[in-house]
Design a protein around this ligand. Structure first.
Ligand code: ADP
Ligand code: MG
Length: 288
């Protein structure tokens, strides 16, 4: 028979929109010492809008090239860039040799020009100089800066901003009060990671983490002796969710993340994480 406390906790979690897929993982939640949050879509809304655009060559051409590349990508940043170009009356055209460069950006050939659209990290790899006071000030504002390179020359810069979920403040504060160390993991740049981390008073963050490295970071913390929960929403988060002692997916996340998780936050509320730990402690500490 199911012990009474467990039955009660099941209705308590269900009422709070916390879906338990793996009971053993839920039981382990009481012993957690570290929680790692993915940034985009987990601690932030994950809804990007282009706030600034600086062209270094003919504006319409840069927009057309960037939008044409991004039209092929599923990334939320890509969607925002396509939308921004559309609002300016620019429609994407066909691209040859398109490829995504996971965690960095995308590439393709548009009207015989080689076009890259992507992160500061990608620029470093391409050997493109991005030191510019205008760019630095956008990064200081905590905006995600995306570069357009046409035939090996910097052709334009987009700045995009996302919003921190208001519930993220409560999530971090409560976890720290419980003596749990809070980490943040992101593929985004060092500057953006630092801005979000400072805002939320996160203990430690890892920036410019490539998709395949997310699970390795979880493993690293486990090896250091932490009992780790990973909270994420994206396709890229799935291996990390599986690697963690407790994998928690955001309800509004991708199917892959949800299928890889032990627990699902139906309300997509990061503040449900300390709640889970509390309910797990109440449920399982009384069963001796
Ligand atoms: P996150 O951990 O924030 O979900 P991703 O691994 O999806 O990040 O992406 C990491 C970074 O790579 C993004 O912040 C962005 O700079 C860049 N990037 C990825 N895909 C694209 C794209 N299609 N267009 C532009 N930039 C991209
Ligand atoms: Mg994400």
């Amino acid at each position: 028979a199911v012990p009474l406390v467990v039955a009660l906790s099941t209705s308590l979690t269900a009422k709070n929109g916390i879906l338990i897929r793996d009971r053993r993982a839920f039981e382990q939640a009481k012993d957690l010492t570290a929680v790692i949050f993915d940034k985009t879509g987990t601690l932030t809304e994950g809804k990007f809008g282009v706030s600034d655009f600086i062209p270094f060559m003919d504006e319409k051409t840069v927009l057309k090239y960037a939008a044409s590349i991004e039209k092929n990508s599923e990334h939320i940043i890509a969607k925002a860039i396509v939308e921004f170009a559309r609002e300016k009356g620019i429609n994407p055209i066909d691209v040859n040799s398109y490829r995504t460069i996971p965690g960095k950006g995308a590439y393709g050939i548009v009207e015989n020009s080689e076009v890259f659209v992507g992160s500061p990290f990608m620029m470093k790899e391409l050997g493109i100089d991005i030191s510019d006071p205008q760019i630095a000030s956008l990064q200081k504002e905590g905006k995600t800066v995306i570069f357009v390179v046409v035939d090996k020359r910097l052709a334009g810069v987009f700045a995009l901003s996302d919003r921190v979920k208001k519930e993220s403040f409560e999530a971090v504060k409560k976890l720290k009060e419980m003596g749990i160390k809070v980490f943040m993991l992101t593929g985004d740049s060092e500057e953006v990671a630092k801005a979000v981390s400072d805002t939320l008073e996160i203990d430690e963050y890892f920036a410019e983490v490539l998709p395949h490295e997310k699970a390795e970071k979880v493993k690293l913390l486990k090896e250091k002796g932490y009992r780790v929960a990973m909270v994420g929403d994206g396709i890229n988060d799935a291996p990390a969710l599986v690697t963690a002692d407790v994998g928690i997916a955001i309800g509004a996340g991708t199917d892959v993340a949800i299928e890889s998780a032990d627990i699902i936050l139906v309300k997509s509320n990061p503040a449900d994480v300390p709640k889970i730990i509390k309910i797990s402690k109440i449920t399982y500490s009384k069963m001796v």
